[in-house]
Design a binder for this molecule. Structure first.
Ligand SMILES: NC(=O)c1ccc[n+]([C@@H]2O[C@H](COP(=O)([O-])OP(=O)(O)OC[C@H]3O[C@@H](n4cnc5c(N)ncnc54)[C@H](OP(=O)(O)O)[C@@H]3O)[C@@H](O)[C@H]2O)c1
Ligand SMILES: [Zn+2]
Ligand SMILES: [Zn+2]
Length: 334
């Protein structure tokens, strides 16, 4: 049973500190990754802050891992030892329900998350089912690739699975970790792209990320019937009437940000305009591999600030106040 080092807290919201944690050996279909880099996603904050009665084991977040396979179970091809892999929010699914069998594993009732009930990637090592440890293609910088495994594939899903055509006008609300990748992907997809932001200071960067134009969120009510797809990465309450009115006939609002409050939507504009509301949780192993290849081919790369793992509390404090362009990556060893 390997002993690892991991950055976690026992009390919700407390600063992280370094702990020794004992892992069980990898199961027959599991791999153990040595963590080289791990991105800090906004969803990690919810996990770090979650109120809980003093946990016996420290809670360890981190689900944008780039690591190397250092141990593997009996059913794993031994040639995978030493392989450079990425691991996102999901570390396993049942493999035999109808969703898993039809390649829609994120709908599996028995999903295993990388960070729920087990130590995640802010650690020296992390375990995953072999299907979810995705080989990193040549051409991606391992120090910057981690955010593709959650932020990247999450925003790839609305483009890929909804079959968005290159003639579509795509708008992205919120240019943070998810949004800055959504802009790059939608541009490479061939679409007309608008970045919708609360931060006028980001205008030049949003254009350099591939947007054709920038729209201030507070002035969205001036846009009517413009967008075939809105990818909403913000988790804030918005002027939903203005968001819906900015959709073109047949358009879709795809919600990715985890709003804590309900989203009140009027039905009539949806009925009249044949609009749709969609949402999704990250994506599948196959789409993650597709995304990584797409990014390597198009030179799409997360913009990251790399800090050593022992500066994780600084990264968390700065992410809380939106002081990052556009993703922190924590570098091992933990
Ligand atoms: N569905 C999934 O599978 C999935 C996966 C990963 C993350 N998430 C969720 O997606 C959300 C975004 O994650 P992230 O890592 O991209 O976070 P992030 O880096 O903090 O970016 C969020 C962006 O929201 C915008 N924003 C900030 N304050 C706002 C306000 N008052 N009103 C409207 N927009 C505001 C900002 O963009 P501007 O400065 O441009 O306005 C900010 O950069 C989080 O809720 C996270 O939990 C969901
Ligand atoms: Zn995430
Ligand atoms: Zn399943």
């Amino acid at each position: 049973m390997p002993t690892i080092h991991a950055w976690g807290n026992r009390e919700g919201g407390a600063p992280l500190s370094r702990h020794a944690v004992t892992l069980t050996d990898p199961g027959p279909d599991e791999v153990l990754l040595e963590v080289l880099y791990c991105g800090l996603c906004h969803s990690d904050l919810g996990h770090i802050d979650e109120q809980r009665s003093a946990a016996a084991e420290p809670v360890v977040a981190g689900h944008e891992v780039v690591g190397r396979v250092v141990a593997a179970g009996s059913e794993v091809d031994p040639q995978r030892l030493g392989q450079l892999c990425g691991l996102g929010f999901i570390a396993g699914s049942c493999r035999h329900c109808r969703h898993c069998l039809s390649g829609r594993q994120t709908l599996c009732a028995d999903l295993e998350s990388t960070i729920l009930g087990r130590p995640g990637g802010f650690a020296s090592h992390v375990k995953a089912h072999q299907d979810w440890a995705i080989p990193l293609p040549d051409g991606l910088d391992p120090a910057a690739a981690g955010p593709l495994l959650c932020a990247g594939v999450t925003v790839f899903e609305p483009l890929f699975s909804a079959g968005i055509s290159p003639t579509a006008h795509v708008a992205v609300i919120g240019v943070g970790g998810l949004g800055h990748l959504a802009l790059q992907l939608a541009r490479a997809w061939g679409c007309q792209v608008t970045g919708i932001t609360t931060s006028s200071s980001k205008t030049a960067e949003i254009l350099s990320l591939g947007a054709h134009r920038v729209q201030l969120l507070g002035e969205l009510n001036q846009q009517q019937g413009a967008y075939d797809l809105i990818i909403n990465t913000s988790n804030h309450a918005l002027d939903w009437d203005a968001v819906v009115a900015s959709l073109a006939p047949g358009g879709s609002l795809h919600q990715l940000g985890l709003c804590a409050t309900p989203i009140p939507l009027r039905v009539f504009p949806f009925v009249k305009g044949n609009l749709s509301f969609r949402a999704s949780l990250t994506s599948t192993p196959a789409n993650t591999a597709r995304l990584l290849e797409f990014c390597a081919r198009h030179g799409i790369q997360p913009l990251v600030e790399v800090l050593p793992m022992d500066q994780i509390n600084t990264a968390i404090a700065r992410l809380r106040r939106g002081d990052v362009r556009y993703r922190f990556v924590l570098q091992g060893p933990a």
